[in-house]
Design a protein around this ligand. Structure first.
Ligand SMILES: [Zn+2]
Length: 307
C-alpha cells in the first residue's frame, strides 16, 4: 500500500501538472450495485452525483493528509482519493478502446504508462488540455469521493488521523505523547495506527524499527527514552529517504508518469528475509514473522525484544 512518501510523490506530481486544468469529463468502472450507499464512486447513484459535482471545475491545488490525496477544486469541493492496496494515479494521454471492455483506457504517452502495472484504469478524469488523470488499481480497493472543502479536515475520512511526522510541529515530545496513548501496544502496530501518527505503513515501520534497533513486538511501555529518541530520528530519516527516492515500488506503486520509485532498492529489512543484516558489526540475518496478519521483517540479532 502506498505510504506517506509514495502519496507525497503523487501529490507533488499533481501539484505540478494538474493545477489550473478544467475537468471536462469523468469515467469509472468501479460502479457496482454491491456498494450502494457507500458514499464513494463505487455506488452508481453516488457516482452520478460526483460527476455533476466535478465536471466544469478547475483544480486549484493538491495536498496530502496521511495516505489520502486531496484535490481541491474552485467550486469549494475536494476530491478525496485513498489509493489503498494497489491504486496509483497516472497523468498522460489516453485513448478509449471499446473493443477492450475490461480495461478500455489505453495509454498513449508518456511511455511508462504502458507498464503492465499501469494498465488497470478504473477511474479517469479528462481535462481540457487533452490529458487525463487515471487511477490504475488492479485490486479495486481504492476510495474516491467528493467532500465540501470547508469540512474536509473534520470529515469522517480525516478527523481521527494523528499528526504528520514530517511537519515541524511533530517534535520528539509530541511523538512521546502519541506513543503514550498506547503503552501496552506492540510498537510496530502502534506506528502503523493512523490515529497515532499519520502515513506510516508496513514498509516504513519495518525499516524504521531496523534502524532504531527495536524488535517490532516490543511493547511501547518497555522502550526507554534514549531508544524512543532513536526511533523518532529513524522515522524522520526513513520517510525523508523514501521521498528523496521517489517512493517505493516493491509492489504496484508508480509516480504520475508511470515510473517506479527507488526506495525498495535500499531496504535493510522489508522483504529481505534470509539476507545478512547490513548494520555495521551485526552478524544477524533478516527474518520474517507475522504480526497482526502482516509480514514483518527484522534482524534476528540487533533488534532486541525489550521486556
Ligand atoms: Zn542486525
Amino acid at each position: 500500500m502506498p505510504e506517506l512518501p509514495e502519496v507525497h510523490t503523487t501529490v507533488t506530481g499533481l501539484s505540478r501538472y494538474t493545477v489550473g486544468l478544467r475537468i471536462q469529463d469523468v469515467w469509472s468502472s468501479y460502479n457496482s450495485a454491491h456498494f450502494k450507499g457507500s458514499k464513494t464512486i463505487k455506488d452508481p447513484a453516488y457516482f452520478e452525483e460526483f460527476k455533476k459535482g466535478i465536471i466544469g471545475a478547475h483544480i486549484v491545488s493538491a495536498e496530502r493528509r496521511a495516505k489520502n490525496i486531496l484535490i481541491h477544486l474552485d467550486t469549494k469541493k475536494t476530491i478525496l482519493i485513498h489509493m489503498k492496496m494497489t491504486g496509483h494515479l497516472l497523468y498522460g494521454t489516453y485513448r478509449f478502446d471499446a473493443s477492450l471492455p475490461k480495461d478500455p483506457w489505453c495509454a498513449v504517452e508518456p511511455k511508462h504508462l504502458t507498464d503492465p502495472f499501469n494498465r488497470h484504469v478504473r477511474f479517469l478524469i479528462s481535462f481540457d488540455n487533452g490529458k487525463s488523470l487515471a487511477l490504475s488499481d488492479v485490486r479495486k480497493f481504492a476510495k474516491v469521493t467528493l467532500v465540501s472543502s470547508d469540512d474536509i479536515y473534520t470529515s469522517d475520512h480525516l478527523k481521527d488521523i494523528g499528526p504528520e511526522p514530517l511537519e515541524k510541529e511533530f517534535t520528539f515530545n509530541e511523538f512521546i505523547g502519541r506513543l503514550n496513548l498506547r503503552p501496552r501496544g506492540k510498537i510496530k502496530q502502534v506506528l502503523m495506527d493512523q490515529t497515532i501518527v499519520a502515513g506510516i505503513g508496513n514498509i516504513y515501520a519495518d525499516e524504521s524499527l531496523w534502524r532504531a534497533d527495536i524488535h517490532p513486538l516490543t511493547l511501547v511501555q518497555h522502550i526507554p527514552t534514549d531508544i524512543r529518541k532513536k526511533l523518532y530520528t529513524a522515522i524522520l530519516q526513513t520517510l525523508s529517504r523514501g521521498i528523496d527516492m521517489g517512493g517505493d515500488s516493491t509492489s504496484d506503486y508508480r509516480n504520475i508518469h508511470g515510473e517506479r520509485g527507488k526506495f525498495h532498492e535500499q531496504h535493510y529489512a522489508y522483504r529481505q528475509t534470509g539476507t545478512k543484516c547490513q548494520k555495521k558489526g551485526c552478524l544477524g540475518t533478516i527474518v520474517r514473522i507475522v504480526l497482526g496478519g502482516r509480514g514483518t521483517h527484522l534482524c534476528s540479532a540487533h533488534q532486541r525484544l525489550l521486556e
